[in-house]
Ligand binder design. Structure first.
Ligand SMILES: [Zn+2]
Length: 123
């Protein structure tokens, strides 16, 4: 039997975005399961070194124990935990992608924006 394929979503806790993220990953990367790390306004937390360490330790569980090969970090429209402009979200998401890439986990890192139609756009 083949091992199930895992990937990792680092995202806001907002209930409106989880299914669009999972659906996109299953459709485009053929994964079986999406490990999900959430906090309110996740994209802004990559400006806080203590939070970055906490997020990294959680992501490492997904990568090391489940063999995740893809990490997607996202932000979304109408975020109560991080009520900034779309432009600012995009800047923060791109910064988060660079930070995660700097962890050198040999995973593909993807940035995503969930728009006002609750569709995932890849950055
Ligand atoms: Zn949010």
């Amino acid at each position: 039997m083949e091992k199930p394929k895992f990937c990792t979503s680092i995202a806001c806790m907002d209930g409106r975005i989880q299914i669009p993220i999972m659906t996109w990953l299953k459709k485009n990367h053929n994964v079986d399961y999406v490990d999900t790390i959430t906090e309110p306004g996740m994209d802004k937390l990559f400006r806080n070194p203590n939070k970055i360490e906490e997020i990294k330790s959680k992501a490492l569980i997904s990568v090391n124990a489940h063999g995740s090969k893809i990490i997607i970090v996202s932000g979304h429209h109408d975020c109560a935990g991080n009520p900034v402009t779309k432009q600012e979200h995009i800047i923060q998401i791109r910064e988060a992608v660079s930070i995660i890439e700097s962890w050198n986990l040999s995973v593909k890192v993807i940035g995503g924006w969930i728009n006002e139609k609750w569709e995932l756009e890849i950055l």
